[in-house]
Design a protein around this ligand. Structure first.
Ligand code: 3HC
Ligand code: NAI
Length: 704
């Protein structure tokens, strides 16, 4: 098997090792074994004056094979020992780098004696994003090459750097344009000819000075604040070992930490999300009719909160955007907000003035729909009102050119109804951005009943192009995320009426690692936004037949307590700081009395977590059963990328497997008994019952 992924040859007395393990040349056990054998051959090849390490395809090695980390007997040491052999080679070893040189790839490169990269190459140590640390000498070699401050920065953040910056930092030795193999051979010839002593990273000394000591102690203090991510402190300890211990002892410290982290719940959850995000980008059964349409220009209808933010995404990647509004005022307001946002980024040093002007020059504003007639993709982001949206969609159906994709950013309306309004439903797809649309990673791509395969794949491709994490949802009220939010908010309100305070509910939920509890979240997104949704449902006759359903949000709205924007909501605000507000307790006592709900003093954090999270999980499983979502991992991506669910818990459905589905079923039934289940709030979904009955886990479940 190793013959396929690694080969050795001698070309004009230079040894060549080629790794060929598509798509990203990840280091699998087979690659390690192939490298070991290739080195045996090189050792025996006395004609070879030097060795070139090269990768075929789109990139040099982009890391260890993350899938192989699941194997119980996984071991980093065979790969590390290959690296030690390269490092110790008496003949020069040259690595030719291109693409993304990441994790184990950078470790491999650093074990070679000379590294040259193509100009577009990017390098990094992203293991931390998987809850790991570099496991094959990376924490020992990088500080030796780049110094402790930069090594800590790169390993702790996982950020990538450009080849030129890596050159300036001493991580690589040359940047050159051309054929990487030819460049590698030329360098190997040159180095072999000069017969200079090769530079081995393992023998380099780290300067111990004030900067080193300060970087280590600052890093230690900063990671101590993030105990949910144990990899961080392990990284600091390993870099400390690089500074204070001989190379091979430091390597042992690192290897032990890697093994512990690999087996940790945190890393398992983060690895689950790595693959879930990539799986979410695949739409089952789409090829070959689903080749995406080309998108070179975008139109956006409505330059309000969402329209402006959506436009920024496209301008950021160089795609021209025309924004259409109803009045000059609305248009100018929208464009001014976009300018303000860009200027705020420039003030923080994230963008240069030229970049701001370049992006703004890609945006234009119009009051006529005819200016949309040349756009490849048009996204409507007008008021959330069915009649207005139907009118807008009908106009778009007439004005958009043949082959254009028409997308709606509706949060709650029926995408199929809007699609029919265009009279060309095959061209229509939902693109549900999250607020702030220029910041939030998640994008729910809503597949209508008649959405053409190529329209769906266009939406997926364009989402990735603008740096979003797309997840496909079927059509239903609230799609994946907001639909699951519904029981979560419902139970929040019941708990408030029963005697829990906003700060108690938020603290319990935040103790799980959620970025914000439900009350703080409502205040941030706008109590008015939430109340309008509930009121809209009431008008449409779509509320559950429960007379006690969600009175709190409607009351706060009625009182003008719209959240942070009015400085009062579930809390009162000092700037952005929420302060408990006794008025809210009084409002809840009054509402509780009106609704005949008995107040209790014994609501525990555990009850809060179970009632909010288990109903949310139950809804997520129901969504899978209905086919609204393709996979449990898609639901996890929605919640971690869009709703502040802690990534180190892997998402709500991953967490459900950790809690145990039988436990969740039993707890739902318990609340059904003690609280009454006349509205079906506590009924376990059909699929949950089936999974429990058959002893299955969600992680192994597929629709087929
Ligand atoms: N292991 C296994 N598979 C990997 C992989 C890896 N390290 N990196 C990428 N892949 C797979 C993806 O799952 C995907 O597979 P799919 O097509 O079947 O879904 C395919 O490669 C392409 O990946 P992307 O869709 O992400 O392609 P992009 O071009 O957008 O990005 C990338 C390429 C920048 C390499 C990105 O995939 C990435 O960041 N990969 C992770 C890199 C990483 O974390 N490396 C460190 C691994 S841990 C390690 O090295 C430990 C060592 O210290 C011992
Ligand atoms: P908004 O009220 O801030 O902006 C709507 C804009 O549309 C206004 O500027 C208005 O002048 C313009 N408009 C109305 N009718 C128009 C027409 N016929 N032609 C051109 N422009 C028209 O609303 P917001 O918050 O931006 O919401 C827009 C859409 O995005 C809604 O469908 C909403 O449900 C959805 N959404 C909103 C989120 C949020 O948090 N605000 C999150 C996700 C989706």
């Amino acid at each position: 098997m190793s013959i396929n992924v690694v080969r050795y040859e001698n070309r004009s007395d230079i040894g060549l090792v080629v790794i060929s393990n598509p798509p990203v040349n990840a280091i699998s056990p087979e690659v390690t074994e192939g490298l070991r054998k290739a080195l045996d051959t090189f050792d025996a090849d006395s004609e070879a004056k030097a060795l070139v390490v090269h990768c075929e395809g789109r990139t040099f090695v982009a890391g260890g094979d993350i899938g192989s980390f699941e194997a119980p007997d996984f071991d980093t040491r065979p790969f590390s020992s290959v690296l030690s052999r390269l490092d110790a080679s008496p003949r020069p070893v040259v690595a030719t780098l291109h693409g993304t040189v990441l994790g184990g790839g950078l470790e491999l490169a650093m074990a070679c004696h000379f590294r040259l990269a193509l100009p577009a190459t990017r390098l990094g140590m992203p293991e931390v994003k998987l809850g790991l640390l570099p496991g094959s000498q990376g924490t020992q070699r990088l500080p030796r090459l780049a110094g402790v401050p930069l090594a800590l920065d790169l390993i702790l953040t996982g950020r990538l750097i450009a080849a030129q910056d890596a050159l300036s930092a001493g991580i690589i030795d040359d940047v050159a344009d051309g054929d990487p193999l030819a460049l590698g051979f030329a360098a190997a010839e040159r180095i072999a000819e000069t017969k200079v002593t090769v530079r081995r990273t393992s023998t380099m000394k780290i300067a111990v000075n004030a900067a080193t000591t300060r970087a280590l102690s600052e890093a230690a203090a900063s990671v101590a604040k993030k105990p949910a991510y144990p990899a961080l402190s392990a990284i600091v300890r390993s870099v400390d070992a690089a500074v204070n211990l001989p190379f091979h002892e430091g390597e042992e410290v690192e290897a032990r930490a890697f093994e512990q982290l690999r087996l940790s719940d945190t890393s398992r959850a983060l690895r689950h999300l790595f693959f879930a995000e990539r799986a979410a980008a695949r739409v089952p059964g789409l090829a070959p009719a689903g080749r995406p349409r080309e998108v070179c220009s975008v139109g956006i209808v409505g330059a309000g909160t969402m329209g402006g933010g959506i436009a920024m995404n496209f301008a950021n990647v160089g795609i021209p955007v025309v924004l259409v509004e109803t009045t000059d005022d609305a248009l100018n307001r929208g464009l001014a907000t976009v300018r303000k946002n860009y200027e705020a980024s420039a003030a923080k040093g994230k963008l240069s003035t030229e970049q701001v002007e370049k992006r703004l020059s890609l945006l234009s504003g119009r009051l006529d729909y005819a200016s949309l007639s040349n756009c490849d993709l048009v996204i409507e982001a007008v008021f959330e009102n069915l009649q207005i949206k139907k009118d807008v969609c009908a106009r778009l159906g007439r004005v958009c050119k043949e082959g254009a994709v028409i997308a709606t950013n509706t949060s709650t309306l029926d995408v199929d109804v809007l699609a029919e309004a265009t009279a060309r439903p095959a061209d229509v797809v939902g693109m549900h951005f999250f607020s702030p649309a220029n910041v939030m990673r998640l994008l729910e791509v809503v597949r209508g009943a008649k959405t053409a395969p190529d329209v769906l794949s266009t939406a997926m491709q364009v989402s990735r192009r603008i740096g979003k994490t797309p997840v496909v949802s079927g059509v239903c009220y609230g799609f994946i995320g907001n639909r699951m939010l519904e029981p979560y908010m419902r139970e929040t309100e019941f708990l408030l009426l029963e005697g829990a305070l906003p700060e108690q509910i938020d603290a319990a939920i935040e103790s799980l690692g959620m970025a914000m509890g439900p009350c703080r979240m409502s205040d941030l997104s706008g109590v008015d936004v939430g109340a309008k949704v509930v009121n809209g449902q009431a008008e449409a006759g779509e509320l559950p037949p429960d007379p006690h359903y969600r009175p709190v949000v409607r009351k706060l709205f009625e009182l003008g307590r719209h959240g942070q924007k009015t400085q009062t909501g579930y809390y009162r605000y000092e700037g952005r700081i929420p302060k408990p507000d006794p008025t809210v307790a009084t409002i809840c006592v009054d509402l509780g009395r009106q609704h005949g709900i008995t107040r209790r003093g014994d609501i525990t954090d555990q009850e809060i977590i179970q009632r909010l999270m288990y109903t949310l999980i139950n809804e997520g499983i129901q969504i899978l059963d209905e086919g609204v979502s393709y996979r449990p991992g898609d639901v996890d991506v929605v919640w971690t990328a869009g709703y502040g669910f802690p990534d180190y818990r892997g998402g709500p459905l991953y967490m459900a497997d950790q809690i145990g589905l039988a436990e969740i079923q039993k707890t739902l039934e318990h609340y059904g008994r003690v609280r009454g289940d006349q509205f079906g709030y506590w009924t376990p979904s059909r699929l949950l019952n089936e999974l429990v009955a058959t002893g299955q886990r969600l992680g192994a479940w597929t629709k087929e």
